[in-house]
Ligand binder design. Structure first.
Ligand code: ADP
Ligand code: MG
Length: 592
């Protein structure tokens, strides 16, 4: 009996291996673009014909290759990026397996031209199905050009398996977008069948995103930013109002590499919870920077998955950073006035020089007054010119209201829980507890920003004995509590509360301190919120008017006024929707 086992010829082994790396034209695009980035190119062109079935060409101005390196680059496991196994844990390059070029050359016609800065002339290498056909010396600028034709020419099954041009082109765009988004510092051009489809000059990330999504994207983006000891988070989220029914715009980058992470995606879903309608997906461009030693990107052959050492903390930081950004910016232009984008200011004062809050109070302002605005008062004034401004057809019979417009109370309370009012063209229903939380939250933050607050002295001082743990918690927050208007004397473990902020109720003092002790010391899971932010939230939660509280007309009116002079009036500090509106269209639908 003769031996049955034989080694496969190289070209067959290469073809089989190539199938893993190169599934479709888009895989070639990805590998070539990433090689150009790894070669430090600052300018990259991608030319495609027939969705990559006829031509894929990548031209870069990177380091280029010496003649011998160009030859070696097409050998399996030939890489300049790692030398030993340990290098895998220090990776800063996109590639490292040394398989891409060998795979591409096994299943296509390749023309590679490359020149380094030291050389006067470039080398050219022509390979067809792993066979070197020719090697030339040519003239060419510094950098590398790969021209790939007849992909899968020797694997008809693969070629027939390719999808329509539309589908294949979509995959190519996806890869192009991922690389271009990961590298706004690199200029990209892309053509398809000779037409320019993208020209992305180098620039800030926001410009790159807009360059890819289109000019309208600019107003949809909310920046996110956080830095903790384990991860740096940056990028943008798409405002919930612009969410889509498709899952297209979801990008995570770890150390400038696009990754898929169902785990972190879950964190995003959590952060957007309650802000999206069913079937809508959050959009995000999130950039994480972590110590390369603390991740393993080696777990998947096409390297789009990542394993973090400290997965849970990263999850928590990402989620709270996004929540924070959603809560901090006016994210849903629900009201019918043109929003002033200068209101999109963060209160995150602990990272910015303190400045006076931008809320301007116009003492002479009277929401019931008719007529023109006399100052640059907040635009919500228009809310109350409600009824009279509604355009009615000329021949409409105007039924007089039972009270003249100026005197009529424009608010009423519903179910001891909501305040009902109207805007110029819509019915407005405000959740009283959440509205008050928002108002208090902003006022407490203002105290820490301006270092100014007003206190009220307690009639009966509150005496408390603290445990050492409670004392430690108290100590962390003491300076913040002082700036917010608390007057407290501490002797050892005994605490005497003599005064509290005017914003708090005297009857709530004990619950306030209980809530503070519950808050505990600042820990990693809260690391993305400043202690003053967390204290402001706690105080706002405990001191807010609760559902079930009956409010006078004046109180209702004042609360609505206060709400709409907040920097953010759509979401409570806990990211819950504060009000809803019903416009005529929506009402008409209900009466259909
Ligand atoms: P890997 O990127 O995993 O190292 P590749 O097969 O993609 O493997 O590339 C092999 C080698 O060829 C790279 O390590 C690099 O040294 C060289 N190379 C590939 N593309 C370029 C390029 N555009 N410019 C300069 N060198 C390149
Ligand atoms: Mg590579």
């Amino acid at each position: 009996m003769t031996n049955k086992i034989q080694l496969l010829p190289d070209h067959v082994a290469n073809q089989i291996a190539a199938g893993e790396v190169i599934q479709r034209p888009a895989s070639v695009v990805k590998e070539l673009l990433e090689n150009a980035i790894d070669a430090q190119a600052t300018h990259i062109q991608l030319h495609i014909k027939e969705a990559g079935k006829t031509l894929i060409q990548v031209i870069d101005n990177g380091t280029g290759m010496l003649t011998t390196d160009l030859r070696l680059a097409f050998e399996r496991h030939a890489t300049s990026k790692i030398r030993k196994a340990e290098d895998l844990f220090q990776l800063s390059s996109k590639g490292f397996r040394g398989e891409a070029l060998a795979s591409i050359a096994a299943i296509a016609h390749v023309d590679a031209i490359s020149r380094t800065a030291e050389d006067e002339l470039a080398s050219q290498l022509i390979i067809e199905g792993s066979k070197v056909m020719r090697q030339n010396v040519v003239t060419s600028p510094v950098g590398t050009t790969f021209t790939i034709k007849n992909l899968f020419f020797n694997i008809p099954a693969r070629r027939n398996f390719l999808k329509s041009n539309t589908v294949e082109l979509r995959h190519i765009f996806d890869e192009f977008h991922r690389v271009a988004l990961a590298h706004p510092e690199v200029e990209f051009k892309m053509t398809h069948n000779g037409d320019e489809v993208f020209h992305l000059p180098k620039g800030p990330l926001q410009k790159r995103i807009v360059g890819i999504l289109g000019a309208k994207a600019a107003e949809k983006l909310v920046p996110i930013k956080e830095e903790t000891s384990i991860v740096k988070v940056g990028g943008f989220i798409i405002k919930p109002a612009f969410a889509k029914k498709t899952r297209g715009q979801q990008y995570f980058f770890v150390n400038n590499r696009f990754v898929k992470s169902p785990y972190l995606h879950h964190a995003l879903l959590g952060a957007f919870e309650g802000l999206l309608q069913a079937d809508y997906h959050p959009g995000y461009f999130i950039y994480l920077e972590v110590d390369p030693q603390a991740i393993d990107i080696n777990i998947h052959p096409t390297k789009t998955e990542v394993k973090f050492e400290d997965e849970q903390s990263i999850y928590a930081v990402v989620k709270s950073t996004v929540k924070h950004a959603l809560g901090m910016f006016q994210i849903a232009p629900v009201l019918d006035f043109d929003r002033d984008t200068s209101l999109d200011v963060s209160y995150d004062t602990h990272k910015q020089p303190a400045k006076m809050p931008s809320i301007e109070v116009d003492a002479s302002f009277n929401p019931f007054r008719e007529g023109k605005k006399t100052t640059a008062a907040p635009q919500w004034e228009s809310l109350y010119s409600a009824v009279e401004a509604t355009s009615l057809p000329d021949d409409a019979v105007q039924v007089p209201l039972n009270m003249p417009a100026q005197a009529a109370p424009k608010v009423f309370q519903l179910m001891q829980k909501f305040i009902v009012s109207s805007t110029r063209s819509a019915l407005l229903i405000v959740h009283q507890q959440r509205a008050h939380q928002r108002v208090l939250y902003e006022r407490f933050l203002e105290c820490t920003a301006t270092q100014q607050s007003s206190s009220q002295q307690l009639l009966f001082h509150l005496q408390m004995e603290l445990t050492p743990e409670q004392k430690a918690v108290y100590d962390t927050y003491e300076p913040i509590l002082k700036t917010m208007g608390f007057d407290v004397t501490v002797t050892d473990l005994a605490v005497e509360v003599k005064g509290i902020p005017v914003l708090c109720e005297q009857t709530e003092v004990r619950s306030i301190f209980e809530a503070i002790f519950e808050l505990g010391a600042p820990e990693a899971e809260h690391a993305s919120f400043s202690p003053s932010d967390r204290m402001a939230k706690t105080l706002a939660r405990v001191s807010s008017i609760k559902s079930g509280t009956v409010l006078s007309i004046q109180e209702q009116q004042a609360l609505v006024d206060d709400l709409f002079s907040c920097k953010e009036s759509t979401l409570s500090p806990f990211n819950q929707q504060i009000f809803i509106t019903l416009n005529q269209q929506e009402l008409d639908l209900k009466f259909n």
